[in-house]
Design a protein around this ligand. Structure first.
Ligand code: ADP
Length: 784
């Protein structure tokens, strides 16, 4: 919702509420005052009417009161001269027209004279109250409304006794014209829709401003206002007409002397008509005010918000808004101070723009450099993330293609190291099959020039360049310009990267430089992947030859062992004299044959064992071993005297803990070490020691000798296959360099490790450590 809408609605709401409430108040007040006015007017009317009626009755009563005394009528009645009296009655009626009829009764109530309706003479009227009252009191009596027997009309009778001394000679009765009373009160209650009526003490209608009603007197008792006046009170009230249901405002006034009541009423809708008119008028006014307020609010809001809105609509080409002082209000005051501010702002804005443009210009090269570094970094990451030559080249060509702002075709030729030829390897945006056709296989023209010169080559237009020898290739692909870059790594030419365009284009110095950097990086990646390929090839070949060697060794060992065993067997049998007596020389000779053959067998066994180890065909079989028994057993193998000045020492505690291990393998290890020590020691000591190391949770075996020792540089290699310390001295001891290899392999199979400490000329110590695994007692008892 816009500010203008809000403002206009707000003002409209404010105006509507205030005008509405004022109107409502005025309406209510006017209704109340109209009501008050009507009630008081009614009261006035009723009071006036009551007085008039009272006066009228009093006048009539006076006439009646005086008639018997002063006129001849009284005398004639006293004389009971009825015919004369009748005549006098006629005169009376002529004089006093307020009476409808007048008659005389005798003390018994019989009518003696009557005007008009003389026919009623002789009728007995003694039952009438008004007659009896006058007879009883001897004074004037005014009756309530009753129906005249003679003409069946409602009448009020004034009765006055005709006295003769104290005797009542008759009663003179005058029937008062109710029509006259009605006329009287209608003259007072003339207001629009006002009704004035008079009721007697019984609530019967005597007179009505709407005219006398014919027939029987109307009973008005049902009306609450009549009941109030019958109760002897005067006042005002609002009530509802019982028959028509109309609401009326009324006033009632009692005429005490007569016991009659006068009522003046007015319909409430008549009273409120003016107020309702006012109400309608106020409603229209409120609506008008609301509409005016909406318009006014809108207009006002537009005046206020107009300048604000203009802030958002700067003039074309001018980003700064200015306030135009169209009015003479605060805006006009604001304009002079605001506009200079706007000018200033505009100037600052222009300065800022200028600065930004300048800084952009200075930043441009930096930005370029940054872009390049980013691109180089990306290429670097991509081509170094793989060692696959094909992938490296694909990434390289793809990156160049996406980096250059114009379409290019790219190729990579790599130099065959054997032939020196540039061979097509990879291309982009060219038909690879065609490009690799034999006719272009060796790379001609410009590519060879780049390979020869090893510097970048730019050809703006191949068709005009004299260096181009063969244009066929370019023609076929509609290629026009060329950039060739040598792929160099560690000063070696690996190949040539070529970039072709279909338009004439001179590659700028910047472009050449940038692409050369990429080519340099790519060359390193290419070289790495070439080396990797070679290594892979070598590894495969090596594995192949290793396998062949292992197979050869295995076969050879078997082939050698069988005949050797035959040789040893027969030599032993001959030596033992099983084929006849032999002389001592023969026996000695046979002894040497047997020793050499046994050594040979040991060597063959070693080769076979090493081959098996390599093929992972040796299986470790662990079980609880009582170490002391194991060592005692080993010791017994060396009981035979040695043909050297050498002492074999056994240094181990008598109570070594049992351990879970493969005793066969352990024995093989220790025997190899002891045999080596004996082999390389001419004189001195060879000691085998064993100890349990609880802290390291292991068992350590050491073989120490006082032999020739091993040079430091050889310590790291003696455990390798076929490795011997290369000295003429060692050579003389024989062996193939497999003993320590087997020791190391077996120790590792047992989960341990082997180490050596040695000093040249003094001796060596080989230490084998295996993990100590304590057997559960059940295992030991089972095994033992
Ligand atoms: P070989 O069959 O030659 O003994 P080994 O693998 O057992 O093969 O030993 C490798 C080389 O380590 C030996 O040729 C020898 O030079 C050196 N060597 C091994 N044990 C000793 C030792 N106790 N004292 C000196 N040199 C040793």
């Amino acid at each position: 919702m816009s500010l203008a809408t809000k403002l206009s609605l707000g003002i409209a709401l404010l105006v509507t509420v205030s005008v509405g409430s004022v109107s409502l108040l005025a309406f209510t007040v006017s209704r109340r005052s109209l009501r008050e006015q009507a009630l008081s007017a009614n009261l006035t009317t009723a009071t006036l009417a009551a007085r008039a009626v009272e006066q009228y009755i009093a006048d009539a009563a006076n006439i009646m009161r005086e008639a018997p005394g002063q006129s001849k009528l009284g005398q004639e009645v006293r004389r009971e001269n009825w015919p004369e009296a009748s005549k006098l009655l006629e005169d009376f009626l002529r004089n006093f027209t307020q009476f409808d009829s007048v008659f005389v009764r005798d003390p018994q109530g019989i009518i003696r004279a009557r005007v008009p309706h003389a026919e009623a003479v002789g009728e007995d009227f003694s039952f009438w109250d008004f007659f009896r009252e006058a007879m009883r009191t001897g004074r004037l009596h005014i009756s309530g409304v009753h129906v005249s027997k003679a003409d069946r009309r409602s009448v009020v009778s004034i009765s006055v006794p005709v006295l003769d001394g104290d005797n009542i000679k008759g009663v003179l009765v005058g029937a008062l014209s109710l029509g006259r009373i009605s006329q009287l009160i209608s003259m007072i209650g003339r207001e629009d829709r006002s009704v004035v009526y008079v009721v007697d003490g019984e609530g019967l209608l005597i007179a009505h401003s709407g005219g006398a009603r014919a027939g029987l007197p109307e009973d008005m008792k049902a009306r609450p206002i009549v009941q109030a006046v019958m109760a002897g009170k005067s006042g005002t009230m609002e009530f509802r007409e019982p028959d028509r249901g109309e609401s009326l405002l009324g006033a009632y006034v009692l005429i005490p002397r007569l016991g009659w009541g006068v009522v003046a009423t007015k319909p409430i809708w008549v009273v409120y008509a003016a107020a309702n008119r006012l109400g309608r008028w106020l409603l229209w006014m409120a609506l008008g005010c609301t509409a005016a307020a909406v318009l006014f609010g809108w207009g006002l809001a537009r005046t206020w918000t107009g300048p604000l809105l203009r802030f958002s609509e700067p003039a074309a080409g001018d980003p700064v808004i200015r306030v135009t002082a169209e009015s003479r209000d605060e805006q006009a005051v604001l304009a002079p101070s605001f506009n200079p501010m706007a000018e200033h702002l505009q100037e600052s804005y222009r300065d800022l723009e200028r600065e930004i443009t300048e800084s952009k210009q200075t930043e441009e090269p930096i930005w370029h450099d940054l872009e390049r570094v980013k691109a180089l970094h990306e290429i670097d990451l991509a081509i170094t993330s793989t060692l696959d030559l094909r992938t490296v080249l694909d990434v390289l060509l793809g990156k160049i293609d996406s980096l250059l702002p114009y379409p290019v075709s790219t190729t990579v030729r790599l130099r065959n190291r054997d032939t020196g030829e540039l061979e097509p390897i990879s291309c982009l945006n060219l038909n690879e099959a065609v490009w690799k056709q034999p006719e272009w296989k060796s790379g001609r023209g410009l590519t060879n020039v780049v390979a020869e010169t090893r510097i970048p080559l730019v050809a703006e237009n191949i068709y005009t360049d004299p260096r181009v020898r063969d244009r066929e290739f370019f023609r076929r692909y509609n290629l026009v310009s060329y950039l060739g870059l040598p792929l160099m790594a560690k000063r070696e030419l690996l190949g040539v990267l070529s970039i072709y365009r279909k338009e004439e284009h001179r590659f700028t110095h910047e472009e050449v430089e940038f692409l050369s950097t990429i080519a340099g990086q790519a060359a390193i990646a290419i070289q790495n992947s070439q080396l990797y390929e070679e290594t892979k090839k070598q590894a495969v070949e090596l594995e192949k030859s290793n396998k062949v060697k292992s197979e050869f060794l295995s076969v050879m060992s078997h082939e050698l062992r069988t005949p050797l065993n035959v040789v040893i067997g027969y030599a032993g049998m001959i030596k033992d004299g099983m084929f006849g007596e032999i002389n001592p020389e023969q026996e000695e000779g046979l002894g040497k044959v047997l020793k050499q053959a046994n050594d040979q067998l040991t060597t063959i066994n070693s080769i076979l064992y090493a081959t098996q180890l390599e093929a992972r065909a040796i299986i470790v079989d662990r079980y609880p071993v009582m170490l002391t028994d194991f060592l005692n057993n080993l010791r017994s193998d060396y009981d035979a005297p040695l043909d050297k000045e050498l002492t074999l020492n056994w240094d181990y505690p008598s109570e070594l803990p049992p351990v879970i291990t493969d005793s066969e393998k352990l024995k093989h290890i220790l025997k190899n070490l002891i045999d080596n020590a004996i082999k390389f020691t001419e004189r001195g000591n060879v000691t085998l020691s064993a100890q349990y190391l609880p802290q390291a949770n292991s068992v350590e075996f050491k073989v120490t000798d006082t032999a020739i020792g091993i040079p430091k540089e050889s310590l790291s290699v003696i455990f390798e296959k076929f490795h011997q310390v290369d000295s003429s001295e060692t050579r003389s001891y024989g062996g193939v360099g497999l003993g320590l290899y087997i020791v190391k392999q077996l120790t590792e199979l047992l989960g341990g490790h082997v180490g050596v400490e040695s000093e040249l000329g003094k001796g060596s110590t080989f230490a084998v450590t295996i993990p100590y695994e304590k057997p559960v007692s059940q295992d030991i008892s089972e095994k033992n």
